[in-house]
Design a binder for this molecule. Structure first.
Ligand code: SF4
Ligand code: SF4
Length: 164
């Protein structure tokens, strides 16, 4: 009988302890997000999918079609085609920049080797698609506008280099 009463008291105490913890956290600001309604703000170093932003000052992207990123990519995920003039002479400008997100491993090597800061890994992380073709993008045609914190960070990257 005594054991029975002891068990009831222990059970009640345990229950109260649990409730105390529940109440303690009930009135605190939650650290979790209600995804997908709420989206996390990524850090500037976050590696989302590759983009080629438009430099607002130039009114165009910064790519010179030098192909360094193509050579650096371990997965052959990039193909760059150069623009040519009427005589067929190549111009320092990309006609197209084909990026295959399906084979990209988000290593950032292409971004690091680009001498013109023309490409950057964006904050985009919702990358699921229904067909493989949608994983292949022409970044020149996309005319991506990199905004917010990441946009400012990207501009400061090449502005600092230009001032050196
Ligand atoms: S992030 Fe890496 S794998 Fe993806 S395109 Fe750039 S170099 Fe290639
Ligand atoms: S993105 Fe950079 S490294 Fe790649 S082709 Fe353009 S300028 Fe060259």
């Amino acid at each position: 009988m005594l054991k029975y009463i002891k068990d009831i008291i222990t059970g009640a105490i345990t229950l109260l302890e649990g409730m105390a913890i529940t109440f303690k956290y009930m009135f605190q600001k939650p650290i979790t997000l209600q995804y997908p309604e709420q989206k996390a703000q990524m850090t500037t170093r976050f590696r989302g999918r590759l983009v080629m932003p438009v430099d607002e000052e130039k009114g165009d992207n910064r790519c010179t079609a030098c192909n360094i990123c193509v050579k650096a990519c371990p997965n052959y995920s990039i193909a760059v085609e150069r623009l040519t003039d009427e005589t067929g002479k190549p111009k320092p400008k990309a006609a197209s920049f084909t990026y295959n997100m399906g084979t990209c491993m988000f290593c950032n090597l292409c971004v690091e080797v680009c001498p013109f800061s023309a490409i950057v890994m964006s904050e985009e992380y919702e990358l699921a698609v229904y067909d493989r073709k949608s994983l292949i993008k022409d970044l020149v045609a996309e005319k991506y506008k990199l905004k917010g914190r990441k946009g400012k960070w990207w501009i400061s990257k090449f502005k600092d280099e230009e001032q050196v």
